[in-house]
Design a binder for this molecule. Sequence first.
Ligand code: HDD
Length: 687
Amino acid sequence: MANGRRDAKDEQLENYRVSPQDAPLTTDQGIQVDDTDNSLTVGQRGPTLLQDFILREKITHFDHERIPERVVHARGAGAYGVFQVYGDSLAEYTRAEFLRDPSIETPVFVRFSTVAGSRGSADTVRDVRGFATKFYTNQGNFDLVGNNMPVFFIQDGIKFPDFVHAVKPEPHNEIPQAQSAHDTLWDFVQLQPETIHMMMWAMSDRALPRSYAQMQGFGVHTFRLVNDRDEATFVKFHWKPKAGVHSMDWDETQKVAGKDPDFNRRDLWDRIEKGNYPEYELGVQLVPAADEHKFDFDLLDPTKIIPEEEVPVRPVGKLVLNRNPNNFFAETEQVAFCIANVVPGIDFTDDPLLQARIFSYLDTQLIRLGGPNFPQIPVNQPVAPVRNHHRDGYHQMRIDTPHTSYHKNSISGGCPALAGDTAFRHYPEQVDGKLIRKRAESFEDHYSQATLFWNSMADFEKEHIVSAFRFELGKVDDASIREGVVKHLNHVDHGLATQVAEGVGVPVPDEVLPNHGRTSPALSQLNLVGEPLPGRKVAVLVADGSDSSSIVAAGEALATKGAVPELLARTDGVVQAADGGRVEVTRALPTMASVLYDAILVPDGERAADTLSGDGLAVFFVTEAYKHGKPIAAVGAGAKVLERAGVPQDAPGVLVAATADESFVRAFLDAASGQRFWSRDVAHIPA
Ligand code: HDD
């Protein structure tokens, strides 16, 4: 492990790691090879021979390197970590030992993802993010396959293929890639009002996370915890990031998609390599079985949250991601999550979306990973022992030695024997009813919680939501679809519908529908700031003549807090500081862009400030960062660069000081620790 200690999963994986450093290259058959650059030919210019097994093996293996990408969530990044509960407070609710016993450290693998894009698409698109966690518990694997939004687009899994077909690139020309701003998605939305609550989340800043370390995760469905006495409690699972929930600006995300399409993947990797381990707290909302019908929505409806103000989230444990995988394909691509993977003490409910998922995930792995033995792939193997009568199939890795492969048997002494009390048992739910195809009436209110979300947003969050709807619907060619969506928004909030209608050129709905006025403060990112400094990247713009004392003062303070200062100059190499010292440049300015940083510092130094003020790239860097609400600081002569960039010195989040003294550094760290300064007036700044 990154902290020097091996957990059970890491030890298991060690048996599979291959690193043939000093030994000669071989074929897959172990034959040593002295040339893989030249095929076997007759004479120097003659034909290549079919008998060249080295050529044939190399090409054949290459031809078969690809497997189907995931039908959704194809683009992702993963990491290993460890989960531990704080205490035994869940012991009365669940038989799951990893949730009951604070002495157990459970290894995990987490894969984050976008939903709509292909495997090679950009990270920073407007989309839901997957947050899938495989807990390798001592009672078997538990997969919590969640998202960074607590609700879903549809209520019944039978609609999933329709939804995915609508959001994916359109079938005739496969355009657009990894974007929801097109006719088929919004046509689906206007005809399927159950999507509206989720569309509010998808149009909010939650769809533009700054980092996988800075987004929440949600199990979405209501699950059950089941205790030793087979009593059940409803549960919603939450992940709360220690680094808070932080998002990017829409204009910024679009630029990052070009400047660094691997932005979130790289950020996750770098954080772990630098020891800024992403941390999340597991929280649970518990609802006693007797309270199932106490809410004004249905607990089984995955388009609804339980507002935290009604049922608080109890923090129960901590997840730390502390090790990067060794091989992307072997681990992150081949990891197979399955919502059906539950352990004793955790059970399903009758949520119709959940039930379809229980089927879909196993089914999809069979085609994606080529047969029923994918649980034997190292990243998928439980650390709990596996013993059963499953046999054969493609890619069977086990050599089962018994002469029997059936139960019951006497020849192998009845082995493996059936488990006793430690076996998985479903909650003995009482069910009775006629077979029907009809959604429950209790699933019919599609707007109240969309309104709750809207009402709970800060002003800047509302502005971003309006702009997002305007952008997305603005890309929809068919005006009747734009109008249809606006009509639904009118049920959410008339003000919202009006602003969107005006932006996309459709009539403002006549009817002013009432807004219930309720809010849930826990939904606004303003209230989810956390400790964002570790991993934040700060650009320090330097040139010959920069004052090294302000660079050192700010740089050291930032680094102590886990932030990552990078020195950018016109060219790579070194710059000569004002005191004659040499300052090493981290990266050349033309290879980077302000959108890749969280904050900007221009140090003191007359000559450097003159150079930077005359460099269009440096000036634009500052202007653009200002537009995106980032903290910007200048020391002494560095203020000239801000002036040239059109940055008002009295604007929120802009700091100018004569020297980089203690109070300046503290103020800069403070500014870099909050949300962005969204209140700046930036209308005059070109995109
Ligand atoms: Fe799903 C992948 C999350 C509904 C069918 N889903 C997938 C992944 C995540 C989610 C995070 C990526 C896992 C990974 O990293 O490998 N899905 C969700 C959430 C849902 C949801 C939070 C609603 C609450 N999904 C859902 C439904 C169905 C599927 C209703 C089908 C009926 N999902 C799949 C899938 C995928 C998948 C087709 C594609 C690749 C895979 O499973 O392994 O089976």
